[in-house]
Ligand binder design. Structure first.
Ligand code: ATP
Length: 320
């Protein structure tokens, strides 16, 4: 193996740059030529590919977003786009590809694998929704951002005796809400994986108010419904002075946390190790603090991500 390439795809996530840096520097230290592909699969098909030297990824480690840029490029779900992508890689003499992205990007990587092109997936998404890995790159930073926001909203909630519904990202995965909810002392955490009972949440707010609690924070995962809709439903159970805060894209940005920088560095370098061992068609995962390379087709076809749902129960027992 002489030449490999790396791209970032889908929603940007803090730590993607650290992963790219690790792929590039580890690859070069192993004697490989490493190429960067701009704008994810769109850039791959367009041939937006350039050689990266060690100094080209200087100052990547602590930067949010992705300096290789990203794109939503649904055309890559079609065979034509996939074959064009492989053609471009071959034109540059590139023998293997590292794809850093979320669930959709993994499907792109899986298609390349199915066509016999050696590809390794590195989980880069704030959503933490990739099967069989306990953490994805960017998740920890996003949780930190949400907790910071909850701490600030609590000040206003307490000053005005209000209830804040804080809508957080995660698509169909409640991990951001669960972790940030516990860390932020939320009164209730509402996620797609667990049924919720509005009457019970309303009763909890009422009991808290009766014993003098001035602030209420409900962390709502976007996959359940919008914050506005949830607030309207909650107000049907009583006047809790409810306000909604949709945190939105601030959750995606910012400098990656030390945890994400380390995770991304480990995963990026490990992806190169796997390729050097002649292994493709895998995705990198972390399980009990150990890196593993899993079959990407099996991972996506036969498994679902399951977060630590016990956090919801824990929160119910300690947040009253
Ligand atoms: P995030 O969850 O953080 O937004 P993601 O990787 O899931 O990240 P998507 O927009 O779903 O983001 O996917 C990224 C890209 O992967 C798409 O724009 C497309 O180019 C490619 N892709 C998505 N689904 C498929 C598929 N089924 N087959 C081939 N390529 C796909």
């Amino acid at each position: 193996m002489k030449r490999i390439a790396v791209l970032t795809s889908g929603g940007d996530a803090p730590g993607m740059n650290a992963a790219v840096r690790a792929v590039v520097r580890k690859g070069i230290s192993e004697g490989l030529e490493v190429f960067g592909i701009n704008y994810g699969f769109a850039g791959l098909v367009a041939g937006d590919i350039r050689r990266l030297e060690a100094q080209d990824v200087g100052d990547f480690l602590g930067r949010g977003g992705t300096m290789l840029y990203s794109a939503r490029y649904p055309e890559f779900a079609q065979l034509e786009g996939q074959l064009k992508g492989i053609e471009q890689l071959k034109k540059f003499g590139i023998e293997a590809l590292v794809v850093c992205g979320g669930d959709g990007s993994y499907h792109g990587a899986m298609r390349l694998t199915e066509h016999g092109y050696p590809t390794i997936g590195v989980p880069g998404t704030i959503d933490n929704d990739i099967p069989l890995t306990e953490y994805t790159i960017g998740f920890d930073t996003a949780v930190n951002t949400v907790v910071d926001a909850i701490d600030k909203l609590r000040d206003t909630a307490a000053s005005h005796v209000r209830t804040f519904v804080v809508e957080v990202m995660g698509r169909d995965c409640g991990d951001i809400a669960l972790q940030a909810g516990v860390a932020g002392g939320a009164d209730a955490i509402v996620v797609p994986e667990i049924e919720y009972d509005l009457a019970e949440i309303a009763e909890r707010i009422r009991v808290g108010r009766e014993r003098g609690k001035k602030h209420t924070i409900i962390v709502l995962s976007e996959g359940v419904m919008s914050g506005e809709k949830f607030a309207t439903q909650l107000e049907a159970f009583g006047d809790f002075h409810t306000r909604v805060s949709v945190l939105g894209h601030i959750q995606r940005g910012g400098s990656p946390s030390p945890f994400d920088r380390v995770l991304a560095s480990k995963m990026g370098a490990y992806a190169v190790d796997l390729l050097l061992e002649g292994k493709g068609g895998l995705c990198v995962a972390i399980q009990q603090n150990k890196l593993v390379g899993l079959d990407i087709i099996d991972t996506l076809t036969n498994h679902k991500h399951i977060g630590d749902l016990s956090l919801a129960e824990l929160n119910n027992s300690i947040s009253h």
